[in-house]
Design a protein around this ligand. Structure first.
Ligand SMILES: [Mg+2]
Length: 248
């Protein structure tokens, strides 16, 4: 049982396996147009800053996801119009949310291949944060569900949340690998509990998901430009010659 290797490999979903942030960018653009037609005289950057601030303040109330985002847009619209935003504009925001919740899932190019290769050799888990119904629906519509043995939809991705998932599944953190686009959510909390991580940066990511990496953490995860070479990387990490627990 002292084979170097992973008993469980987990993936993030949004902006790791499928596109997500660009849908939020598009929604923010439509929101800015709606506010300017409602007579709000602010620059795009100022509106963006207000939305971001409201979203961050609301995470403790509503968590992550489209529902939370929509409530934050509605709140920002009410604030920035001094309460004058009309019912039809609010209806437009609700319609926008429904479009986001039902839009087609578009996978990253190498997602399916990486999951197909690794699911043949390891149990895979999806660990995603956000609305339970939306996340499970995205997984179903992605066609990737058969590759995952386990699915965890969580409200936050903290070290404690990861530790409790691993404890529940009886997995030693040293034998766990997490793959994701977010340093804040998929990498730093995972290395904090002694597990390993692969960071696959996405071209578009929500500003909130960026994080400064402490110096001592810099050589404890691996960065890959895409999922294409992931299976190869995992094999090299698991080969007996690979004695180091992480490399960059
Ligand atoms: Mg993500």
């Amino acid at each position: 049982m002292d084979r170097p290797g992973f008993d469980l490999i987990a993936f993030d979903g949004d902006d790791t396996l499928w596109h997500n942030e660009r849908s939020y960018r598009h929604a923010r653009e439509r929101f800015r147009r709606l506010l300017s037609s409602a007579g709000v005289d602010l620059s795009d950057d100022e509106i963006e800053a207000c939305v971001n601030r409201t979203e961050l303040e609301n995470i403790d109330y509503y968590g992550y996801g489209v529902s939370s985002f929509t409530l934050s847009l509605i709140e920002t619209a009410i604030d920035l119009t001094g309460g004058r935003v009309g019912g039809s504009d609010l209806a437009g925001l609700i319609e926008l949310a429904k479009e986001m919740l039902s839009e087609e899932i578009e996978l990253f190019e190498s997602a399916r291949g990486a999951l197909a290769a690794l699911s043949a050799t390891h149990p895979l888990m999806l660990i995603t944060k956000g609305d339970l119904l939306h996340q499970t629906s995205k997984l179903e519509r992605s066609g990737l569900q058969p590759f995952f043995k386990y699915v965890e939809v969580v409200s936050h991705k903290t070290p404690r949340v990861y530790a409790s998932i691993l404890a529940r599944h009886g997995v030693d953190p040293e034998r766990f690998l997490m793959i994701g686009n977010s340093l804040r959510s998929d990498v730093l909390p995972v290395i904090e509990i002694g597990a390993r991580a692969v960071h696959v940066p996405a071209a578009l990511s929500w500003a909130h998901e960026h994080a400064d990496v402490p110096e001592e953490a810099k050589d404890r995860f691996i960065e890959l430009p895409s999922l294409e070479s992931l299976a190869e990387l995992v094999a090299s990490l698991e080969s007996p010659a690979s004695s180091s627990s992480a490399r960059k």
